[in-house]
Design a protein around this ligand. Sequence first.
Ligand code: APR
Length: 248
Amino acid sequence: MDDMIRKAAADLAASRHAVALTGAGISVESGIPPFRGKGGLWEKVDPMVFGNIETFEREPAKVWEVLIKDLKELVDQARPNDGHKGLARLEELRILKTVITQNVDGLHQMAGNTDVIEFHGNCAWQRCMDCGSRIPTAETDISRLPPRCKCNGVLRPDWVFFGESIPVNAMHRARQAAASCDLMLVVGTSAVVQPAAYMPVIAKQSNAKVIEINPQRTPLTRNVSDYLVKGPAGEVMNAIFAELDKLL
Ligand code: APR
């Protein structure tokens, strides 16, 4: 890993406009399990059933019971780890401009990144299916499921279910960010869900350097990424900064 760490530190030191694409893996060290792989959420819950908007519209109480309630509890307790903090420090150093995240946990903003594109929305807010009003998830009473709005409409997380489209503004801004960066850090994503997994391809087509941080290889590793720094995000970010601080 050391050579790759030194390489990543040198590439980041030379970057004038880096962008990050993150996935569930960056939040694993904050206690939120990934979706896929060992111990992943989708091992216990079928995403095509409980992660799908049609199931939610048909049986909101069940989806709240099986998926949303537990995820809400994990997110409520989660705090940024060294992976999130490393990206926030890269923004302070004016190297990183934008984080495109597939995560809905709000940990990048909590770590201090100020330009975060939430590709799949977030679970910090609930939205009424009837009147559209938005209520902070932390203030949502889940003693009865599904929770309801004052108008008695069913409340749903402000995230993107399978079967729904990516928010237009998020899609547009993410494509723009990917096309204008000179370096893309791809951290903690299995890169199997489109269109998020296409952002590194756009970056590559725009001659950016694409660097993955992940304990495992992904479909990007061979065909798109310049190289993979193998390891958990927090540990790798700390090792990169140990080198980067010598170069700045
Ligand atoms: N540090 C970095 N990466 C890690 C760590 C870690 N500590 N632990 C696991 N990983 C990697 C895994 O190797 C895997 O490649 O994080 C990735 C997690 O992949 P997924 O669980 O598929 O998460 P993600 O890529 O974000 O999924 C994309 O799929 O189900 C939908 O909407 C959901 O946004 C999600 C999307």
